[in-house]
Design a protein around this ligand. Structure first.
Ligand SMILES: Nc1nc2c(ncn2[C@@H]2O[C@H](COP(=O)(O)OP(=O)(O)OP(=O)(O)O)[C@@H](O)[C@H]2O)c(=O)[nH]1
Ligand SMILES: [Mg+2]
Length: 353
């Protein structure tokens, strides 16, 4: 990730004026960072408008503007977007193979369990050998119940059983791990539709959240995958995994801009605690290097320094004034023998003129 973030936030100090080269490098960096052509062009054009309008001259002044523009291209997530966390809910974790679905189930289970919620996992990836084992390991590690099916069995049946268990055990959150690969894509999508209708039928009073997991390292493919899932299921959010190892990360803007799905979680590593809720402001701050909190702290520090300098200057003035005080007694009192002689010599010489 450092690649894109460091590069973008470093551009501003590399130019002494806002010129075509500056815009070009900015554009290239955004595109290379996976922001995508569409969003990049809009962002640059909005920046140019604002620069013209406010007659900005210093590239550094673009940081704040760009930060705000980026935020405006992202969803501002509210509590409503995470309503499933506060209500009885079923969370379907979907995505193609290897993106980090099972790991995300483990991380979310840990997160909610640590908040005192009753969590149940459903191992609905019955297709891949060892998938259920992998989820069972997570369940053991986190300390949650897990509903398992048989390998090659019907994922719909697992979801059905899990819903009955969730009702019987009064679970707060039911997390469903699904397969990333079936015999073909059509099968996969059909399976998800089937799971969706079982949920609708069996658990209508639970809030349904469908999170599509995509891997940051796959760039534009991540966006395409999210799009395909959006077409067949009610995707309510994206989990972007492996942002820790990615030199990019602009795909968040592309997904939100082009697909209009909010990124709700970001995977930041392989550990159970390596998941964060996405925050548009923190993201834009990281990207542009313009940090209002840091800026305020810097200004406060500068003001304190200025005041200290002012105090120092005042006391210097006092010294200077007292040093030149036209008070012979005072001068005599503070001056050394030599200085006294010099003063006398001076006044003597004046007298001679
Ligand atoms: N660095 C990093 N690795 C991650 C993250 N999330 C998942 N992984 C790793 O990605 C690999 C695949 O994760 P899984 O959770 O098995 O992915 P999956 O989508 O369930 O895969 P299938 O079940 O095969 O479809 C594992 O090695 C995880 O440790 C993340 O946020 N950061
Ligand atoms: Mg899996």
């Amino acid at each position: 990730m450092a690649g894109f973030f460091a590069k973008l936030s470093g551009i501003f100090s590399g130019y002494s004026e806002i010129n075509d080269d500056f815009y070009e490098e900015l554009e290239e960096t955004l595109v290379m960072g996976d922001v995508g052509m569409e969003a990049t062009e809009e962002i640059i054009s909005e920046l140019q408008d604002k620069v013209r309008q406010d007659r900005l001259k210093d590239p550094n002044d673009c940081r704040e503007v760009l930060q705000k523009i980026i935020i405006s291209h992202l969803h501002s997530l509210t509590d409503d977007d995470y309503a499933f966390e506060r209500n009885k809910s079923i969370v379907l974790i979907v995505g193609v193979n290897g993106v980090g679905k099972t790991t995300t189930v483990g991380k979310l289970a840990h997160l909610y369990k640590s908040q005192g919620k009753r969590v149940i996992m459903a191992a609905a990836d019955t297709f891949r050998a060892a998938a259920t084992e992998q989820l069972s390991e997570w369940a053991g590690r986190v300390g949650t119940d897990i509903i398992r099916g048989t390998e090659g069995g019907d994922p719909g049946a697992v979801v059905y059983d899990a819903i009955q268990a969730a009702k019987a055990r009064n679970a707060d959150v039911l997390l469903v791990d699904t397969a990333g690969r079936l015999h073909n894509k059509k099968n996969l999508m059909n399976e998800l539709k089937k799971i969706g209708s079982i949920v609708q039928q069996e658990y209508p009073d639970a809030l349904k959240e469908t999170l599509v997991v995509v891997d940051a390292a796959t760039g534009q493919n991540a966006k395409e995958q999210a799009k395909e899932f959006k077409e067949v299921t009610d995707v309510s959010g994206v989990v972007l995994t492996k942002l820790d190892g990615s030199a990019k990360g602009g795909i968040i803007v592309a997904i939100e801009e082009e697909l209009d799905i909010p990124v709700k979680f970001v995977g930041t590593g392989e550990k159970v605690t390596d998941i964060i809720k996405f925050d548009a402001e923190a993201y834009a701050v990281g990207l542009t290097g313009y940090d209002p909190a840091e800026e305020a702290a810097k200004q406060a520090a500068e003001e304190a320094e200025r005041q200290a300098a002012e105090e120092a200057r005042k006391s210097e003035v006092t010294v200077a004034v007292s040093g030149y005080r036209i008070d012979e007694n005072e001068v005599i009192k503070v001056a050394s023998e030599q200085e006294k002689e010099d003063a006398f010599a001076f006044f003597r010489s004046l007298r001679k003129d």
